[in-house]
Design a protein around this ligand. Sequence first.
Ligand SMILES: [Zn+2]
Length: 264
Amino acid sequence: MEMDSMLLIPIILGWVAGYFVNYASDVLPFIRRFSQPTCPHCQTPYSWADYLTLRPCRSCGKRRSLRTWLVQILAVAAFLYFWLIPSKVLGFWLGAIVLIYFGVITVIDLEHRLILHPTSIFGAVLGLTVGIYIHTKAVGLLGGVSKTLLGGLIGFGVMFLLYQVGAFFARLRAKKLQAAGQADDEEEALGGGDLYLLGVLGLLVGSNAIWGVLLVGAVLGGLVAILLIIALLIRRRYVSDALMTFIPYGPYFIIVAFYVLFLS
Ligand SMILES: [Zn+2]
């Protein structure tokens, strides 16, 4: 059937998008640029043929990570779904680019608790162009541009204020560590990268929806933090460990922005 063979397009594109998310997540946190991927266990470079066919490392024999497979499968599933039911605001192609960006940020934040500068810069360009495009379509050029810029400003600004609160607690913690004779490990409750991420999400969803993204994302992250504390309590770990544990908040905000852009 004609219809069925058309579905090969999103399946192949999704698989390739999965490659890109995996590749960016494999190399960017370590060298901040694109280069030959290496085995995370023994640092031997993969041949491109082995890397793309998801083979185990030839040097140490370790299999590719579960994340590698999950990303490939989820990317194909998402591309297939949004090919059949495209985002109303973004359409399929812009949606695909935003999905890849969300994927890279989420995987790197979950694995390294980091939002990298190169991805933030890419995100700013993406947020500006895509934001102005979709909001201009909805409310005209002047309204669209201001909705986009204001959204970015609110996202960045609110996170900046929260960041100041986080910095205050980080200073308290540094004192506590010094008192205990330990060096300050410079762990932050809220990573600086979250400022830029929320700025980008604000550009994308605009000045109205960014409030919902901030609120629901913070509540989701808070709920997970409470569950984490309960889990640590059950395992009789020191409670202040949990409060001191850095929680990657980025993915929670991305989930809400994803809902706004793709499912509402
Ligand atoms: Zn290896």
